[in-house]
Every structure is written in C-alpha cells, then in structure tokens.
Design a protein around this ligand. Structure first.
Ligand code: ADP
Length: 626
C-alpha cells in the first residue's frame, strides 16, 4: 500500500513536471510563431502597401521554402477575404485551405501590430499554431498575414517519450507492487497466519496442532521447526500426564488405604477430600462432602473444640495444631492433627491437612493395663498384709502365744505365701503368654497329659470325696501342641472342677475325635483336618449365665457365697490364652447346682505350624485385660 501511494504521488509529480515541460515547449512554439509572423509581416507590409503582388508572392514563396516548419501562409484583405496563399496549387485537397474563404478576425486585430493573434488548432495532420499579424502601412490597414506553423517535433517527441517512459515505469512499478502483494499473500502471509493459528493452539494446550503447507526456504524451515516443537511438546505432555496420573493414583491409593483418617480442607475450611477411614470415623459414609464446611459436618461439641485451633491455623498464627476429643456412641477417642498446607514459597495458605487418629484402642489398652496393675497390686497387698501381720505378731508377741497359736499363725502365713506365689506365677504365666515368644509345638499323646493331671489331683479329690474319671476313646490320634502349656490347661480346669465340686460329685475328663465335616464355628471351616475334642465336666455348683460370659476375664471371680475357695481369678484367662496359642477356643456350658463343662478342640498332629500360628493370631484377644 505504501509503495502504491508513493508511486502514485511520484506519478502525479512527474506528470506535473511533464506538463510544465510541455507548456514550456508550447510557449517556445508560440514565441517562435510570433517572431516568424512579425518577421514576415515586416518584410511583406511595404510590398502589400505598394500593391506589388508579384514580389509579395515571391517573397512569400522564398519565406515558405526557407522555413520547414511552416504549414501555410496566406494573406487576407481588410475584409478578411484571402487573396493569396501557399500552398495554393492543391485547391481540391480535403485538408487544403480555400483561397476564396473569408476569415472571421477579431475587430481589434489591426491595433495589435506587435502582439499578433496566436492560437492553436488540431488538424488531422497534427497540431498547428496559427499566427495572425496585421499589416499596417502608416495608419492604413492592409489586411492580415496568417501563418500556420507546425509545432517543434523534437521537443514534442521528447516530451511524449518522457511521458510514455514515465507511464511505463510507473505501470511496471504498480504491476510489481501488485505482483509482490499477491506473492506475499501466497508465500508469506498465509504461512505466517497458519503459524500464528498453530502458536495460539499450542498456547491453548492443543499440542496435536500441525501445519502442512508446501512452503520452502526459511519459512519452510520455520514451519518444520514448529511441527517438531509441537511433536516434542505432545510427547512430553503425554509422558507428563502418564507420570502425573501414576503419581496421583499412588497418592490416592496411599490416602485411601491409610489406617488414619485424612481430610483436606481448603482455605475456607471446606472439605476437599476425605479418605474412607475419616468417613468411617465421622460416620460420613455415602455422603457428598465436597464444599461443606468442616464445622457443619461434625457434632457441635467437637466443632466447638476444633474452632479455635482451626482458626489459628487458618489465620497463619500457627502452622499446626492438635485436638483430642471424644465423640460418638460408644465413645471413641480421636486425635486430630491440623497442618497448614502452603504453596512453594511457603507464604500463601493453600489449605489444611487434617489427620485423624482413632486412639480408642490405645486409651482402652492403657486403661486395661492400669486396671491390671491395680488389680495385681490389690491382689498382692492382701496376702502380703496377712503375712506381715502374722509374722509381726509372732515376732512381737511370740512369748505370750501358745504353741498352738504359733502353729496356727505360721500355717496362715504359709498359706498366704502360697497364695502370693500362685498369684505371681499366674501373672508370670499370663505375661509369658502375651510375649512374642515362639512356642514349640510337637505331636503328643493327650491321654498321658490327662492321666498325669488326674494323678496329681487324686489325693486332693479323695480328701474332698470327689471322683475323678478319665473317658478317652481308644486309639486316640496324637495332637499337635505344647506339652507344658496343655498340662497347665488341664491343671487349671481340673483344679477348678475339684475346687467347685462338693463331696460325692464327679469330675470327668473326656477326649474323642471331632470330624471336620461338622465345624463348630464357621471360621473353623478353613481347616480340613479333623480335630480332637477335650471336655472337663464336673457335677459341681455351676456358674450362672451372666458369670459364664465373664469367667475368662482377668481377675474375674464369681463372688457369691458358694465360691469361697481361694483363687486368683487368672486361671481361666491363662487357659484361654494357651488355647488361643493352639488355634483353639475354650468354651463353657454350665447350670447352677448341676455342674459345669469346659471344652475345646485341639489340632491333630498333621496340623501345620503356620496354620496354627495364623489361627492363634486370629484368636488373639482384642484387648488386654478383657
Ligand atoms: P480362680 O483362680 O479364682 O479359680 P479362675 O479364673 O480359674 O480363677 O476362675 C474364675 C472363676 O470362675 C472362679 O472364681 C469361679 O467362681 C468360676 N469357676 C471356674 N471354674 C469353675 C467350675 N468348674 N465350677 C464352678 N465355678 C467355676
């Protein structure tokens, strides 16, 4: 456009200058015509005044011949009638002047002797400059001499040439400019526009954009480079997305499988994410939490407790805060740790990560442990106090006591020492069972252990008038177990049976194979092996229904008039622990005044150690002391 405008201006200026030159040439022609006219007039006026027509014609002819540029010369009388003219011979030519013609001349022409009338007119042979010079002899007006002069051909030709060249130059400039514009549009503008579109698509994240134009040269290289860059970006993007997705999946899996609850809040403390554990702990299963304020989702008491620490973290006063609280029914103890999540620079708060730990089990374990310690201390204190009292009395007042009294005091102190020993042994047994010790399991003959137990209680039972019976199926398969532990089980159960059975009663030990086709509990169906069932039954005073459920708890003793026998309340817990180690479970059925039967199943010798350990782990009591 600029080139076109400049070329148009230049064309205008050139035409203007050419016009000037042509005007100048025309002025030159006019001056020449005037001078020629005045020269002829000064020569012929005296001849015309004297009527010397022949000489006039001669001079005129000479003049005509002398000048090449003259087209015509003619003379007119004062009335304007032409009486002489050159060329005169060719009167019939279509472009010849007619001598008989009369000229229409301006009336003031006779006054203009030094300033003749000059005009131009166009003929089929070209432009002609006409000069009309009045002839005056003194005051006498003799008529007009008129000359037709051809313009200066050389000047006109050069002007025309200049004009033509100029027109050609400018036309070629325009043609070039237009061609250039078309060429630009085809080879530069279109690819550049395509490139711009491509760059915009890339900027918008569409890395699949490619430009295919048949363009060579540097522009072609540029397009090729663009396509290359887009391919690399696309590959990089794909790899990045894959990596990001993998990382996201890992993180999500980690968060989803975390044992602790995890919440992510935005800076307005609205929930962005909650893992399954958190949903379970807060009873939010199946709810859409996104966009809900945390405070509105929690029970009001917890929301209030959480308000201050949450605000402290949100306002940036603290980076982390911790809250311990109880919620729900049954009450659960929760520990909430709030941690500010900041951006890379660490200045802007992006949200808050909340981890929720369920401390219920820990708290209950602690409580059970302290309960256990306090129970043990309590149980230890009584015999210790008794021993100390009796020994003190013997020491201080020994002289005043009779031998019988002394014997009685010593016997009591001895019995209390036994009780103390039993208690300490039982506690030790329990702690051994709860340790990570690996017990040695081996095939063993169960009837031998049963017989040994009964032997040790025979005397005691006889004293009490209780009958001990052993009812063992013949060819009993061997079991897999720990000899000492199983001996302790029999010892505790038979000891209790004898202890709580009155004279005339019977304590019976039974053992028989138990087929796996009829598993006692659904979870036992996992074992394909038959087992051995062991029963310890007595016809003693029995245990009430409520007590039956609790007799395996530590230190639980049925406190009523019937049970006045010495004991620690730990015996049955130990039995339960030992049988759990054997992948089994002790059970009881009892009726007050009728009797009690404890029973359990033992794995046969083919049992696999790993399976036993697995079962033992499954049967571990959920809480110490319960
Ligand atoms: P203890 O050392 O007191 O016997 P155990 O844990 O062995 O402690 O028994 C807990 C309680 O269960 C006993 O105090 C007793 O009341 C009751 N018990 C256990 N075995 C029998 C049984 N064979 N007959 C009646 N009661 C029993």
């Amino acid at each position: 456009m600029a080139t076109l405008v400049v070329s148009l201006v230049m064309t205008g200026l050139t035409f203007f200058s050419l016009n000037g030159i042509q005007m100048e040439a025309r002025m030159g022609d006019t001056r020449y015509a005037r001078d020629l006219g005045l020269l002829l007039a000064s020569n012929v006026t005296p001849l015309a005044a004297e009527g010397r027509d022949r000489e006039l014609a001669q001079v005129t002819e000479d003049f005509w011949r002398a000048s090449r540029s003259l087209r015509y010369i003619f003379y007119a009388d004062p009335e304007g009638v032409i009486y002489l003219g050159i060329p005169i011979s060719r009167v019939d030519g279509s472009n010849e002047l007619q001598v008989s013609r009369r000229l229409e001349l301006p009336p003031d022409l006779k006054e203009r002797t030094q300033n003749p009338l000059i005009r131009q007119h166009l003929t089929p042979d070209g432009l002609v400059t006409d000069v009309f010079v009045p002839m005056l002899a003194g005051d006498r007006y003799l008529g007009v001499v008129a000359l037709g002069i051809n313009p200066n051909e050389a000047v006109l030709a050069s002007a025309a040439l200049t004009r033509d060249v100029t027109v050609a130059v400018f036309v070629s400039i325009w043609v070039l400019v237009i061609l250039g514009a078309v060429f630009n549009a085809l080879t530069i503008t279109h690819p550049v526009k395509e490139l711009l579109r491509g760059v915009r698509s890339i900027a918008d994240g569409d890395f699949g954009t490619r430009i295919s134009l048949p363009v060579g040269g540097e522009l072609g290289e540029l397009l090729e480079g663009f396509n290359d860059m887009a391919s690399r970006l696309q590959a990089y993007d794909a790899a990045n997305i894959e990596e990001l997705t993998a990382a996201q999946v890992k993180q999500q899996t980690l968060i989803a499988t975390m044992a602790d609850g995890a919440l992510l809040l935005d800076p307005e403390s609205q929930v962005v994410l909650a893992n399954p554990t958190a949903r379970r702990l807060f009873r939010w299963e199946g709810r859409n939490l996104e966009g809900c304020a945390l405070g509105s989702l929690l029970p009001s008491s917890l929301a209030m407790e959480l308000q201050d620490p949450l605000e402290a973290v949100l306002s940036g006063n603290k980076d982390s805060a911790e809250v311990r609280c109880a919620m729900g029914e049954p009450a659960r103890t929760l520990r909430l740790v709030l941690q500010a999540v900041r951006d890379g620079s660490g200045e802007t708060l992006k949200g808050i990560a909340v981890t929720v730990q369920d401390l219920t089990r820990e708290v209950e374990l602690n409580a059970a442990q302290s309960r256990f310690i306090s129970n043990v201390s309590h149980e230890l204190r009584t015999p210790l106090f008794n021993i100390k009292s009796y020994v003190e009395t013997l020491h201080d007042l020994g002289d005043q006591l009779t031998d019988e009294q002394k014997q009685e005091f010593l016997a009591t102190a001895n019995a209390e020492t036994d009780r103390l020993t039993r208690l300490v042994n039982d506690v030790l047994d329990l702690s051994r069972l709860e340790s990570d010790r690996v017990w040695n399991f081996e095939p063993l003959e169960l009837p031998t252990a049963m017989e040994q137990t009964l032997r040790s209680y025979r005397l005691n039972a006889k004293d009490k008038g209780v009958t001990l019976e052993l009812d063992v199926a013949p060819q009993l398969p061997r079991v897999r177990g720990n000899w000492d532990l199983l001996l302790q089980v029999f010892d505790n159960l038979v000891g209790n049976a004898v202890k709580f059975t009155a004279a005339g009663g019977v304590v019976q030990l039974r053992a028989y194979p138990w087929p796996d086709s009829c598993p006692l509990e659904p979870q036992d169906a996992s074992s394909q092996l038959p087992r051995l069932r062991v029963e310890i039954a007595d016809t003693g005073n029995g245990i009430g229904e409520e007590d039956c459920r609790r007799v395996f708890e530590r230190f639980y003793r049925v406190e009523n008039n019937v049970h006045t026998e010495a004991g620690t309340g730990l015996g049955l817990s130990i039995v339960r622990g030992i049988l759990e180690k054997h992948g089994s479970r002790v059970q009881v059925v009892s009726e007050l005044g009728v009797g009690t039967t404890f029973w359990f199943d033992l794995p046969l010798e083919q049992a696999d150690d790993d399976e036993l350990i697995l079962k033992a782990e499954r049967r571990q009591p959920s809480l110490m002391g319960v």
